[in-house]
Every structure is written in C-alpha cells, then in structure tokens.
Design a protein. Sequence first.
Length: 955
Amino acid sequence: MTSRTEELTAELGDALLQVRPALFDPDGRVGGLIDWALRDIGFRTALFRFVDCLPSLDSADEVSDHLRAYFDRDEVVLPASLRTALRLATGRWTAQVAAVALRSNVRALARQFIAAETPAQLPRALRRLHRHGVSTTIDLLGERTVSEAEAVAHLAEYRALLEHAVAVGGGDISLSVKVSALDSQLDVVDAQRCVARLAERLRPLLEEAAQVDALIYLDMEDHQLKELVLDLFQVLMEIPGAPRLGCVLQAYLRESDADLSRVVAIARRYPGRVSVRLVKGAYWDTEVALARQRGWPVPVFEDKAETDAAFAHLVTRLLGEAAVLKPAIASHNAASVAHALAVAESLALTPEQYEFQLLYGMGEGMQKALVARGNRVRVYVPVGALLPGMAYLVRRLLENTANTSFLRRTFVPDLSEPSPRTAGATARSSGEDGFRNEPPLDFSRVAVRSDFSRAIDQVRSRLGEVVTPVVGDGDRATDRIQPSVNPAHPDQVVAMVHQAGPDEVDAAIARANEVQPAWQATPVQERAAYLRRAAAYLRDHRLTAAAWLIFEAAKGWREADADVCEAIDFLEYYAAEMARLDRPRRYASPPGEDNTGEYLGRGVAVAIAPWNFPLAILTGMSTAALVAGNPVVVKPASNTPRVGRLLVEAFRAAGLPAGVLQFLPGSGGAVGDALVRHSGVHTIAFTGSREVGLGIHAAAAQTPAGQRHVKRVICEMGGKNAIIVDRDADLDEAVAAIRQSAFGYQGQKCSACSRVIAVGAVHEPLVERLAQAIESLAVGDPVNPGNRIGPLIDSAAQAKVERYLAIGQSEGRLRAQGRKPDEGYYVAPALFTDIAPHHRLAQEEIFGPVLAVLHARDIEEAATIALDTDYALTGGLFSRHPGHVAYVRERFRVGNLYINRGITGAIVGRQPFGGFALSGIGSQAGGADYLLQFLLPRTICENTLRRGFVPEMLE
Ligand code: NAD
C-alpha cells in the first residue's frame, strides 16, 4: 500500500501545483504580504496582531496610529515597498486613503477564507461551490458567547443559515455547530447539566434539520470541551427522530484513538447515520500553552510527525468502519489524502461510502483533483462578519505561514526556519529550584467531578463537628461555643467552635516563646520537611478540604480547589525559598577580614487571616513564619475556623513539635487584638481590611514596658481595583475576563475588579455586553457547580453591599442586575454606569458583586482615573495598541498589573502578590522577598590578621 500511497501522492501533488492559491502568489496584493510574513517572524507577528485589531478601529487616525505602533519598530523588518506604503499610510494627508485601502486589502484577505459575511450572502457562495461538484457544511463565525441573549441570537443564526441552505437546495445540506456559541454558562465543571441544557436548546434546530434530511456536525473546539461535546453527541443520537449527526475527531489529541472506539460503539447502534470528520486539529498552540500553564499533561502530540502518524492510523480505522460510519477525511495534505485513497481502494470502498472535507479557500487544487477522480468532497464554509471572523482568519494565516504547513511547503519550497513549535514544546512551564505549582483539578474529567461530588457528600455528613483551639500540647476546649454556619443556608451549622479568649492568648504566647529557641535551632532542611509533609497531607485531602471551603466560605468548586492548591503552593514554595536563603552568605572580604551573613528568625509570630482565602492566606502567612524559624500562633477569621483547622490537621500529620503552631479561633476584637498587643509577639502577619490593618499597625507600634523589641507588622489590606478597557480592546476577551474578575467569588477577593474604565467609544458596546453577561449569571448555592455566584459571607456583608447598591443608584445609574435566591446571604450582581471618579462607588472597597463603569476620553485620562484612589493593589488593561500597553505598564503603579487578562488568580512563584499605598506594607506573598520579613539579618566580621599573619594569603 505504501507504493500505492506514493503514487497517489505524486498524482495529487501534480494536480495541486496547477492551482496556486492567491495566498502564495507573491505578485498579488495579498500574496505579497504573506510572502514577506513568511520571511520575517517580527513582521508576521505584527501583521497578525494588526489584522486582528483592525476591524475595531473606527477612524483613519486610529488605523495609522496602530500601523505606526505595530510596524514602525526595530524588531519589524519591512521591505522597501512596504516601508514606503507605511510612510504614506501614516502621513497626515494620506492616512485617510491608506486606511480605506488597508481595509479593502484585509477584506480581500478575509474573503480568501470566509465565504459570506451574512447568511443572505450565503446562497451565492453555495451555488458556486455546488457548480464545482462539491457539497458543503456551513460554519458560523461569531463572538464569544457571554450572555444568554447572545446564545439565543446564535441559535437563531444557525436556523437562518439552515433555511438559506435549504432554499438553495441542490446537494447534501449540512451545518457545523459550535456548542460554546449556544450557552453563556457553559462550563465543564457542570458538564451533565450543560449537556442536558444544550440538547434542549438544539431541539428546534435538530427538528428542522431532520425535516430536510440535513446533516448536523458538532464541531470540536478545545480539548477541555471534548468530553462534553462527545457526551452531547451521544445524547442527541438517542433522541428519536434526530437528524443525521456528525462529530469530529482531532488527530493531534492523544485520546482520539480511544474516542474513535467510543464513537464506533455509538454508531453500531445506528448504522449508517453517524458521520465522523477527522481533522488534524487547529488549536495546537493554545492546547500546549494552557496545559503548561495549568501543569496538566499536554493533550496533543508535541511532534508534528506523531500527529501525521496518528492521522494515518485513524484514517485506516475510520475507513475500516465504513459499514457503520460515514468517514470524512479532512486534510489538505496530499500525502494524507493519498493514504486515505489507498486505504479506501484496498478495502474496496465505493466513493459514496466516505468523503473528503476541505476548508473553504484552502484547497481548490485538491478539490478539483478529487472531484475529477470521482470522489466526494465537502467544503467547510465559514460565514460571518469580518469583525468576529478575525480570530478565524488569523488561525488560517497561522496555519498557512507555519513552516509545517503542507501548502506552504508546496508553494514556497525555498523557505526554512527553526520550528517555533518544537522550540515552544520544550520550554519549561514554571518554577525554579524544583518548585512546581500544584495543578488545579481538571473538571473536564468525569472521574474528577464524581470524586469531588463524593467529597462534598462526605463533608456534608461531618457538618457540625467541634473545633477547639490548640494551645501548647493539644486541644483546649473553652466554655464559649459559637456555631460557624453555611452562608448559603444560614441555619446549617458547619462547625461548633470553642472560642479562644485572653487566657488562651497568654498561654499560647508563653508556650511559643518557650519553644522558640529549639525551633530556631532546628535545621532549615528539617523545618522545610515539615512544610513539605503538610503539603503532602493537603494534597491527599484536597477534595475534602475544598468541600469544607464550599460549605463554610461559600466558594464555588473551582475557587475552592484553587484555594487548596494555593495553600499547597505556599508550603512548597516557602520550603524551597528558605533552603535558598539558608545557603552560606559571604560578603566581600579583603585579606585579613572574613565577612559572613546569616538569617535568624525574628521571634514569635502571629498570623491573623481573612475569611476570603481561609486556607491559602492563613497557610501562607503562618508557614512563612514557621519555616523562617518562628513559632506561630494562628488566628483564623471568625467566619472560617473549620477551614482554618485544616492547617492544624496538616501539621499534626506532618509531626510538627507541639507549641510550634498553635491555633486560636475567636473574634478579632478579643483574640486578634490581644495577640497584636501582646509583648511576647515579635511579628504580626495580617491580611484583612484597611480599617483593622491600620488599627493593628498603630497598636503594634506601642512598646509597653518590658517589651525589648519593636514589632514588625506585615499588613496586606484592601483594594479598589480597576480594569482599563481601551478603544481597540478585544471585547470577547475583555467581557469574559471582567465577568470573572468582578464576580468570581461574588467579588469578595482583594484583587477583584470593582471599577471598569472604558476609553472613548468602547464604552457603549462594552457596557451593553457586560450588562447582558451579568443578567445571565447563574446565582445560587455553590454546592451546585452550575452556579457562578454564591452568597456573601454573612449578613453584615450582605447589608453593607446592599447599602452600596442604594448609594450607586443615587450616584449613577443601575444598568443591570442579576437574580438571587431568597434564602442565604445573597446580593444580586449589579452593574452601575455614569459613575464619576470622586463617587463613593469609585473610591470605597465594597467587597461584593458590584461593578462601577467610568468613562475616560483617552488612555491618559483612563490611567489618571485608575490611579485616583487610596489603594494600589491590582489593576488591568485590555488594549491592542503597543504604545498604550507600554504607557499603562509604566504609569499604572499597582502591586499586580495584568495586561490583556483577568486581574485575579495570582499564582505562587509566578505572580507574587500584594499591593502598596493603603493596600499594604508587605513584600509580595509567594515571591522571593516574602520570607525576609520574618527574618533578622545578621552580619559577622572576623579579623583574621594576627601578628602579621593572614591565613588566606598562604594559598
Ligand atoms: P477583617 O479585617 O475584618 O478581618 C481580618 C482578620 O482580622 C480576621 O481574622 C479578624 O478576626 C481579625 N480582626 C478583626 N478585628 C481585629 C482587631 N481589632 N485586631 C486584630 N485582629 C482583628 O477582614 P476580612 O473581612 O476577613 O477580609 C476582607 C478584607 O481583607 C478585604 O478588605 C480584603 O481586601 C482584604 N484582603 C486583602 C488581601 C491582600 O493580600 N491585600 C487578601 C485578602 C483579603
């Protein structure tokens, strides 16, 4: 068969060369650009990014401004002709003309790949294709769906497309549907309900398709959605009267072989009705990058040759199942297509039993050759407006300019450069010195979801357990017992908590001071080992730990899991960091002088933690103190003592000596204040509100008689964080990121976005989409993973946020508000517009699901507004203007600045976290400077010169 494949490859290759795609014609206006893009990687990056943002630019001035910002840079090499064109395009008099010409060039580029901009233009494109003897499957390009209104609109568009296709008639009608377009709350964490919802939503489309015998493909998107899409496919197959259905396998996924077996099993029940499209896969870079960022196994083959081999293997299997499947081989590669033809021949399949699929605009030569051979060809026809079509266009451009591209190699044979893919594949994800971030759970896996669910049930059966303080050697019950409750069901008791008081404070501090010398003398490696063992315990108990977070702090599944991961990260990271700081330090030492440095623990520390990261922050502060040689007394937040107790459990399992970590649940006013004022305390690590933080700072400054040291306060406080959205921002990305940053965990993160500053004309479209997104948010008990927003932590928080809702209505306009259940401490998420920089809604930390939108004239004014608060914690920018990105990087001085992404979710070791101004006075947590705050530097200088004799000089 190999020789037959080779013969067919040669045959197809010859046919291909007769039709050179416009893209690779260096004399054409589009081909000229691509030709240069193939030669220069700087230009290619600039070109793709510019093309991506061009549709969002309204005026000629903006176009020329962006042109200059992207192309007039040292790292971008331009041929003389393009340099002249650039000068013309950015000239004062010529910009207008150039902008029009540019748009028309990019349109021409887009039209290479996008068949129609509207459903109404579709019939013409379809007829043209039918005339060439091919059938089609229609794909809808669209914005990312962030609201239910958009989901409904997308479904209507699919139905309109089907109607137009039916009107054209002639040939086999088919639609390719992307399920992510049809549900704004789609999340694999809630896969089962999402599948049921999608099946219901698709029903009218499927009924219409069945009536006209159309074939509906469920397109494959990213790997995270794959299982969900296959589950949906299975559910749809089981609906009586369903139309012909198709699913897609991506050969670059390692799991596709197993998935094919699953699809075959389904198809056996419905012989002849299941179409399977086999593609190589178009999201390689994203899959690799995201897996590496999350620390997950890379789901795709990292070597192109492996993908090709998998493709060939899957082709053989697919065609072998032609009795029950309709295989569709989607490739533009002559060798892959030839292999399929050879296999089909060897199996004596008729051309009716399988088909080839080609992307619109990418395979005219192949199309002709296959049709001439009598094979069936279906063209994948994208329909969509230029703006949302850009992401698709850039993907096609990337594909065509990659050096692995078959078409490129066919038509531009003389170019070579190192493969960026292989280079990227070997890059390390994160961490130095062996530290690796704890990977979050992959909720796309059904086993992970069911284990998680079981852990929730387990913890549910343990609700009401007793939590006691730990003083000295063991648990110490008190006579003050208070319940800790579930914010979603305030009558559900999570734990009965024995409250510590002044006696426990005194006893704990005394004991901590007793054990201090021995703990300080414990070698760093041993101290670090306790942390690592505690990390291992949490890792083993991560599901139940997360479940406690759901019940006591009302975190959603992902947020609860992230909290546990961060706690593990802090343990591992600080263990590694302390080992680094413990290395002998020798300072400059001229002959006769020996200068060395070392670090000592500062003395007994207390950690006073907030409830919003009840495990992570508590763990981070206390174990930084511990590993640095300081016994620590831990005070969890009053709302979350049960979660805090997990830390005690972890260190007990680690075998930590008694007295080194003590635990005092209780109120801030009683326990917290007494700890802060105690003369036996050396360091106070606090994270919480500004009011309490400043009070602690002042109280700790007192040095009562008998206290022979000055206390150090590490104080992390609130924020009033802003995201600037520039005129040219990618709204798909911005809206999704703002939704998560402002409303994730109900806006109760210190890093949460509470102000959006919209620049110029982006204001209206941004507000419109945000408003719809907020109204669509699912609000309810976080035990149910489908809920994006849960209750606030307690009734006081609820009342406070409600007061701000009233203030917002008097200061600005309530533009949108979501829903909320009646029981529990819920506040419906809200969006306010017409807020001015001096308004309370723009100045005060609200700590709830309330977002204020401000309007700025230009990027300079936006930066000024962004900085006009007492705080400097996090901030963000969405912009595609390189100059504006550089400007905001420079000006927007906050502890954590995020560009073109959300502003929450800092990761230990990657984004050290913490602010300044009234947001805090510490070095950033999870960063290289953090431990120094718990250490005393000590320098020793020894004079080695005695009676004229310098030992070092003997060498
Ligand atoms: P909070 O200030 O009310 O409480 C924090 C801790 O301080 C709790 O353990 C509390 O019991 C204790 N406390 C209260 N009064 C005290 C007193 N007089 N003396 C000593 N201790 C006292 O804060 P919170 O409501 O738990 O947390 C929310 C706040 O924390 C928000 O302002 C948020 O921005 C901030 N926060 C900041 C960061 C950061 O890294 N900058 C991180 C998380 C939370």
